[in-house]
Design a protein around this ligand. Sequence first.
Ligand code: GLY
Length: 390
Amino acid sequence: MSLTGPSKSKPSVAIIGGGLCGLGVGWRLAAAGCAVDLFERDKVGKSASWAAAGMLAANVEAESGEEMLLALDLESQRQWPAFATELSAHTGIDLGYRDEGTIVVAIDRDDAEALRFTYDYQKTQGLDIEWMTGGQARRLEPHLSPGVTAAVHSTLDHQVDNRQLVVALEKACRGAGAVIHEDTPVTAVDISGHKVKGVETATGTYRADVVLMAAGAWSYDIDGLPPMARPPVRPLKGQMLGLRMDPRAPIVDHVVWGPGIYIVPRRSGHLILGATVEDKGFDPDMTAGGVFRLLEAAWEALPQIEELPLDEMWVGFRPTSRDDAPILGPTSVEGLVMATGHHRNGILLAPITIDGVSDFILNGILDPALTPFSINRFYDETKSETGIRA
Ligand code: GLY
């Protein structure tokens, strides 16, 4: 693995993928004086970055066996407020950052026991979360079901409007001078003598000193990569629903998690319900069963959703790596850099990914927080995978 980036003069960069990682790194690099071409197979910011719910839930999503990932999540969560302030000031776009926090609820005794088990583990990690009775949770959110028996409250797990985020990143990226090629899939990465030369598309070949792989769930399918530089990423389907609240009288202000559901209120009144987790490749269909389970689980936590108009339904594809952790930084091919495989945490990990990967491309120095997430962990027997869930 080469840990040395092309730092002498400003490299030219081809970015594969116009999600928040590609747009964010494109913004930073173009602003630093690099010639940046970004290639998006469809329209920028309309895949996982658009489909997500925008939860910044490092604490309540922490799971046993993922301690290295937890450290990365917490560091990126710490960076979020400054990142949001900077991007919002730079673009004039409100990112809808909300800091009311997150409540995880248990509906029956089995849920409460499972929640307690997870809570006890999270406390061993020093996380700043609080156990509550159902009554205490209802004092924070009066419309929670009377059936809620217990809850965990996290004041640090905030949310951002991810759709506003990608609109802002696109504006910043274009404004800095990056050239964005939409409807332009990259068919292959050009590599010669273990060094990238550029990318190939249907409309031509583009030369570049650095190629950034930020193609999310599509990252595995791009030709030209040697086996040890092909990211083991697959699509993990999620079905989601959007309900409409009266923004002057929202039924909920916190992000609420219940068994099989999260509920994310936007200031606009949009209320997001998510999400199924389905290993079905790029299957784009909403299903009756998926919608039924989301509505049922949301109704059990927050019965008042029953009255709300249903505005929108959509499917997204999480880019999920073999160990559920992201794939970041340099590879065994000189000039080929990864920012993919973020699984459920793409929005949360945006600041540390964008700034860490950009710094590496500009200065050749990799933030030590990113080093455990090299693609080499999948291929180098002296390294272990970061997340234990297979
Ligand atoms: N981050 C939420 C999800 O993947 O559904």
